[in-house]
Design a protein around this ligand. Structure first.
Ligand SMILES: [Zn+2]
Length: 297
């Protein structure tokens, strides 16, 4: 039986062709004209949550400056352009009436329209970065916003920092008709997922995969194939999805890292109604990696 897969590429939270206007960020004249244009639109954030429109289904609130009757703060980061209008993101004070409608992007993300989910995730990632980089990590001096919100500069030590994304591998390890899934201590319900880990300094992605899979589950992988990637800005990750073949169906679970890990046969997982475990959330690349292997896509 043919089954469709959840969250195929481009995965949820990816940009989907959104124009980031990267070359124009460095043009102060263009930025000033966009900041002053009443048609300019805004993604409103409050404490890293996105303001949602009043609607039956969750929609991202994307008002124009004219609708909001507000002036854009000087340091509001530019996200890009949508249908010819500039889009900025603004962090609201708790006292602003719209702050009450802010929702956790991670919670509403699965239900937003895909383009809006990408925009909300992007705005959240930038808001988090600004929130945590107000001071220079070298000299402790205050930093100021430059390049339309895509750089921060420290005057005393002449240093510029840019938003960072932390690469993490996420790996469907398989051996013949079995795959290896694990359960982290914080996972809800009976969820089992693909193993994952952050890339450490000086590692290639292949090094990370070999190290993580062996550390967490005692499994040696012999070859690896890149599948696709997903931005996961909660707060700053880029998930790099791989398939990897195991040398054998060994298992030695590291109890610090995982509550459990098991090898599952395809037949056990194939039917969602009779599965012994739950698969990860529908907006994750993990879900797609598992289902695309399971259903042979
Ligand atoms: Zn400094």
């Amino acid at each position: 039986m043919e089954r469709s897969v959840t969250n195929p590429p481009p995965h949820r939270y990816a940009g989907r062709g959104f124009d980031r206007a990267a070359p124009r960020r460095k043009d102060p004249t263009w930025l000033a004209s966009r900041r002053a244009d009443p048609r300019t639109r805004v993604v409103l954030m409050h404490e890293l949550k996105a303001v949602i429109a009043d609607a039956a289904t969750p929609r991202l609130h994307l008002p124009s400056l004219a609708e909001l009757n507000m002036e854009l703060p000087e340091d509001a980061p530019l996200l890009g352009e949508l249908d010819g209008d500039a889009v900025f993101t603004v962090s609201l004070a708790a006292t602003h009436p719209l702050a009450a409608r802010a929702s956790d992007v991670r919670e509403i993300g699965p239900n937003l329209e895909a383009g809006e989910a990408g925009l909300a995730a992007y705005a959240r990632a930038l808001a988090y970065w600004h929130d945590t980089h107000g001071f220079c990590s070298r000299c402790g001096g205050p930093t100021w916003v430059d390049e339309g919100g895509h750089a921060r500069r420290c005057d005393p030590c002449q240093r510029t920092v840019f938003p960072r994304t932390d690469p993490a591998v996420i790996v469907l390890v398989h051996h013949e008709d079995h795959c290896l899934l694990g359960r982290a201590h914080h996972f809800p319900g009976n969820v089992y997922s693909t193993l994952a880990g952050f890339v450490e300094p000086g590692e290639s992605l292949e090094d990370t995969i070999r190290r993580e899979i062996f550390e967490e589950a005692g499994v040696v992988v012999t070859d690896m194939h890149y599948r696709s990637s997903q931005p996961w800005p909660f707060p700053a990750s880029l998930m790099l999805g791989f398939y990897a073949t195991a040398e054998a169906r060994t298992l030695a679970v590291d109890a610090d890292e995982l509550a459990d890990a098991q090898w599952f046969h395809k037949d056990e997982l194939f039917n969602p109604m009779t599965r012994p475990v739950s698969l990860p959330r529908p907006d994750s690349i993990a879900r797609w990696l598992i289902e695309s292997w399971l259903y042979g896509h």
